[in-house]
Ligand binder design. Sequence first.
Ligand SMILES: Cc1ncc(COP(=O)(O)O)c(C=O)c1O
Length: 420
Amino acid sequence: MSTGKPISLNDVRDMDYHDALAHKRAEFDLPADIIYLDGNSLGCLPHAARQRAQEVVAIQWGRDLIKSWNSHGWIDLPVTVGEKIARLIGAAPGQTICCDSISVNLFKVLSAALMMQPDRSVVLSQRDNFPTDLYIAQGLEQLLGAKRCQLLMVDPEDIAANLNESVAVLMLTHVNFRSGRIHDMQTLTELAHAKGILVIWDLAHSAGVLPLELDRCDADFAVGCTYKYLNGGPGAPAFIYAAKRHLEKINQPLSGWMGHKAPFEFSPDYTGADGIEKFLCGTPPVISMSVLDAALDVFNGVSMQQLREKSQALSELFIRLLTQQPCLSVLKSGFPADRSERGAQLAYHHPHAFEICQALIAQGVIADFRAPDILRIGFSPLYLRFEDIWHSVEALAAIMTSEAWRKPEFSRVGSAGKVT
Ligand SMILES: Cc1ncc(COP(=O)(O)O)c(C=O)c1O
């Protein structure tokens, strides 16, 4: 594709023809006539996940009942699924476990990290971090008191300057949920460690779409969800990473029986497991964890680098096609210009982003809206074609020129709020 002359539909079809990941699309159940630019919110359904859902309900639960804890490996799911995720996030075995939600897991790792830092209290984070991360720190602040936990929120450019000896934990989301801006994990972790600070990374917008190297970056803890780029389904269980060097010494306060060293001895006294299993709490959600287990097999045979390159190529194409449409200059970029500094999404500001997003959805192009004024576009590389990007930009241009977004039905807010 030349950089000078306008891109044509033929150029775009040529990109699909040469796409080394094109065959992966066939592994998904994709609704006809929909272009899905929201895999950064909820990933699409892999065929294997649908099949597993049917099998786990009809055979494992329906027929084999309680025997399935052993015969179908239900009891091992948090570990086996955790290890599948570990391979995607640069974690050696024994450090990743699948359980609960990001919010609950953050409570566990943030508490554990604070217990490791008895002489410090500050939890440093970014003001525009995803709210649940900040809310969990605020909840701990209430529970423990400001002498043990004190959330300090700063702007992203002030993070490095605030790393000092009062900070116990640096808690950041690797890819910002609005702007898509990536933090430099390696540099920030090194800077924090130099001041004795532990680091927790939220990988919600990174896992399954960016090459991650938690071990190599010497990360302390990480959490992430599996319903976005990992395609585990709505409400799919999340994961925790804790570096091996910490595992022996740490404790976490949600000391449920599944995290016990010997849960089936039913002892009245809690002794946490030695390894990463100590981060478990209660019974695993077997149906959704089984579905996730199958969904993760879509990643077999592809490298994270390939996925990164394709998501970058898709988003660069979107940006270039947008500039070919003068009517779209009203959409203002809300993301880093340098592709290496952003994840697999783009954010555009417009005072009527909500209505524009609804009008796009009515045209079969699903994007999402983030308050107050962001149209967010996600580029999930496993199932999107370059031609999809062409048609999305065409649809967006048609909506803006016709002003179709002004129709009253596009300003109606659903019962889940302004969620698409
Ligand atoms: C960065 C980030 N953290 C956390 C969450 C949500 O966490 P939970 O799994 O607890 O709902 C999201 C949801 O989109 C997110 O974007």
